[in-house]
Design a protein around this ligand. Structure first.
Ligand code: T46
Length: 144
């Protein structure tokens, strides 16, 4: 697992008496995710060739869920990088602070739901890659 991130498998509840009802996935704090949710947002109608993200956060914790379709997520931090494909609404990707993220390859009608630990704060973003590298070198350089 890449430092400060990882996949979370949530419950997928079906009805034993009627298998045509489909599934229900509940997410409760703090049992299912490691923070209290202060904000949710969702990203949709994204063309396949578009790459979103290209930033990191200093304090924000989030869980990313692809509710429909498929989305690729690339995470990079001081200790390495990893790619994930989200295509199951019962699986979330936890992304802690200091991870550079890129969301790409959105399938048609893909919907990315994000559960966030804080309200929107532009000051929490690092949107310049060189600044991200320098910030992490200062923070983690001594412990590599
Ligand atoms: C992240 C990834 C997964 C708001 O006004 N409120 C909000 O809560 C958010 C998230 C964004 N905005 C504004 C800020 C920008 O003017 O919406 C615009 C688009 O935001 P951004 O370019 O940051 O979107 P993404 O898709 O690159 O990144 C978003 C989140 O911002 C980010 O925290 O981790 O999704």
């Amino acid at each position: 697992m890449l430092y400060n991130s990882g996949l979370l498998k949530f419950r997928k509840i079906s009805s034993p008496s009627n298998d045509k009802l489909g599934y229900l996935t509940p997410i409760e704090c703090p049992n299912d995710i490691p923070f209290e949710i202060k904000r949710i947002y969702y990203i949709y109608d994204v063309k396949k060739e578009i790459v979103r993200g290209n930033h990191s956060h200093k304090k924000l914790h989030q869980v990313l869920l692809c509710l429909n379709g498929s989305i690729d997520i690339r995470l990079e931090n001081f200790f390495g990088e990893k790619k994930f494909t989200l295509n199951d609404p019962s699986v979330g990707l936890y992304v802690g602070p200091d991870n550079w993220r890129e969301m790409s390859n959105f399938s048609e009608e893909a919907v990315l739901l994000v559960l966030a630990s804080e309200k929107y704060d532009e000051d929490d973003y690092i949107r310049d890659y060189d600044t991200f590298v320098e910030y992490n070198q200062k923070k983690y350089g001594g412990i590599k």
